[in-house]
Design a protein around this ligand. Structure first.
Ligand code: TEU
Length: 580
């Protein structure tokens, strides 16, 4: 049962589940997941208890970046099904009391989108200015090395500019060559995108997860030029990020979008902006309800704490850094705005393999990570398979990878002699996006029950042990633990709304905090290590006799002693007491 919380937005007590359709469930044996596959697994999501499904892109797409390169915003890729399949899925999701949120990818389109095909056709085409076309750098000839309009690198290796033979100009693509950036400076572009968004809302969808939405406003000078970025030591390209992250018109664009698309619509919609590089101060502005921009943002700080020079250079996570970061976000958005909470998604390696122990303590570390995350203030997101404690792919060979970012990085680093094949494979094993893109493990039959065909990416060979069928029947499984966490958020206002106080900020192994709402106080404890660890909080005696609400060790901890028992490896506990 979900308690209704007066004065609180509905999503304070909601949990969102991300479906990455290629890897979720395949209904027709082509090896790629599809809409009917998703429909066939709604029982699983209903049993889990999630409130909202976020569907990664299912639109027509050449699939250069797994669907984040869209060639038609108002259709469904035949690989995934039809609009009728979509409507049927949406109706079923609604009938089960859940909502469905679409992925909105409007920083860029596919180069095969008719808008870009027209834009590329000539310098005079009315759609020319819908994208970022620029001539070669002054004094240089188009196509020459270094003649790109700016020195920015793309997120997927190489320059962010592509020379186009048809007109001799360059177009901007912050991601792949097949993902040209839309020019949001042009009001016609914005109007076309808003109309498309209204069309989906009219169809019944419940909101949008907005892909790299804080990149849409670029730092353009009055003469139309864009600035060069600083080149890091030994780097091949300049860093353009400061020139397009939360750019000068970003708030204006989001407020306009809100007015044009969301204002006056039914309540119960959800908007979440994916925002790499967003700071707490930016996030307060983006999520202040009075400003009418978005409900919440995905920030990236906590998933970059283990990065060295870049994402391929992984360092061990210092727990104190994680606490500092999460603590700052909790405090920053305590009064105004709202946090979203996540470990995993289709771009990140799985947290159980990254911050936990995916060997001996897989279940315990997966459930500990989940407890710590879900008990923060904010809306938690569960990425498919996370609720099963699925582990990273850790592929051995380059031909097992499918992700454009991974493949391009491998090729570029080898070409420039920056690393050996062996060290690159090691970096991919830790950080590749494909780690989390392997098919959902439904049961112990061939291909984990994901497909009857040849899966587009290999199934993790551990599926006979880690799969949904086994966990549905096993009350002490990771799946049932996630259910308990979701039930707790639904039922306990202190989880949804309580104040947050970090405890033990300097401890490198134990994550501890309080949540307080009215007379109810929760104590959350998680051991991020394989050693037993003491709980060193000021008033342990106050917790004598407190109710143990949740624990990830079957035998459970007892509190009839005047101190809190030490935490076992990767143990998590949540206590509740009444105060004042
Ligand atoms: O991701 C944006 C983003 O900046 C990263 O998470 C990105 O994957 C980065 O390169 C990781 O190192 C979004 C989507 O979630 C991602 O799947 C798309 O590839 C990207 O935008 C482009 O649409």
């Amino acid at each position: 049962m979900t308690v209704s919380l007066p004065d609180a937005p509905w999503w304070a007590s909601a949990v969102v589940y991300q479906v990455y359709p290629r890897s979720f469930a395949d209904s027709d044996g082509d090896g790629i997941g599809d809409l009917r596959g998703i429909a066939s697994k709604l029982d699983h999501l209903e049993l889990l208890g999630v409130d909202v499904i976020w569907l990664s892109p299912v639109y027509p797409s050449p699939q250069d970046d797994a669907g984040y390169d869209i060639s038609d915003y108002q259709g469904i890729d035949p690989t995934f099904g039809t609009l009728d399949d979509f409507d049927a899925l949406l109706a079923d999701v609604h009938a089960r009391g859940m909502k469905l949120v679409m992925d909105l990818v409007v920083n860029h389109t596919s180069d095969e989108h008719p808008w870009f095909v027209k834009s590329r056709s000539s310098q005079d085409h009315p759609k020319r200015d819908w994208y970022w076309w620029r001539p070669a750098r002054e004094g240089m000839e188009a196509g020459q090395p270094g003649a790109e309009p700016t020195n920015w690198g793309s997120a997927f290796s190489g320059s962010a500019w592509q020379h186009d033979e048809v007109t001799g100009e360059y177009y901007l693509h912050l991601f792949s060559r097949k993902q040209p950036d839309l020019n949001w400076e042009n009001p016609e572009v914005r109007e076309a995108l808003y109309a498309m968004m209204r069309w989906w809302l009219d169809r019944g969808v419940d909101g949008f997860r907005m892909d790299v939405i804080n990149f849409i406003s670029k730092d353009m000078a009055a003469d139309g030029s864009l600035p060069d970025g600083d080149v890091p030591d030994g780097g091949l390209f300049g860093n353009g990020r400061p020139h397009f992250t939360c750019g000068p018109r970003i708030h204006e664009f989001l407020q306009e979008m809100h007015r044009e698309v969301f204002a006056g619509r039914r309540s119960g919609l959800l908007t979440v902006g994916e925002m790499p590089g967003v700071t707490v101060n930016d996030a307060i502005l983006f999520t202040d309800p009075a400003r009418a921009e978005v409900d919440m943002v995905f920030q990236f700080e906590h998933v970059e704490l283990d990065h060295g020079a870049d994402k391929w250079d992984v360092r061990p996570l210092r727990l104190t850094d994680l606490k500092k970061s999460f603590g700052r976000w909790q405090l920053g958005l305590a009064d105004v705005g709202w946090n979203s909470l996540y470990w995993d998604n289709h771009d990140a390696p799985r947290a159980v393999s990254r911050f936990g122990d995916d060997g001996e303590f897989r279940e315990r570390s997966a459930t500990m990570l989940a407890t710590v995350l879900h008990l923060h203030r904010g809306t938690p997101y569960v990425y498919q398979g996370e609720e099963l404690g699925m582990t990273g792919a850790h592929f051995e060979r380059i031909d097992q990878y499918r992700d454009i970012e991974s493949l391009n990085h491998f090729a570029e680093a080898l070409e420039h002699g920056r690393a050996t094949e062996e060290s690159l494979l090691e970096a991919l094993r830790a950080s590749s996006r494909d780690n989390s893109r392997t098919p959902v493990q439904w049961d112990a039959t061939e291909n984990a029950g994901f497909t009857t065909g040849e899966p587009w990416i290999a199934v993790n060979p551990n599926y006979p042990e880690i799969n949904a069928a086994e966990q549905h029947d096993n009350p002490s499984s990771v799946f049932h633990f996630y259910r308990s966490l979701i039930t707790l958020r639904h039922a306990e206002p202190a989880v949804a709304l309580g104040d947050f106080t970090m405890l033990m900020p300097d401890d490198e192994a134990v994550y501890a905090f309080l949540r307080r709402h009215g007379q109810t106080e929760l104590l959350v404890l998680g051991n991020f290590s394989t050693e037993p660890r003491p709980v060193l909080i000021f008033d342990t005696a106050a917790w004598t006799g407190a109710q143990l609400v949740l624990c990830n060790i079957d035998s459970g901890a007892v509190t009839d002693d005047s101190s809190l028992p030490e935490l076992q490896p990767w143990e998590a506990r949540v206590y509740r007491r009444q105060v004042g």
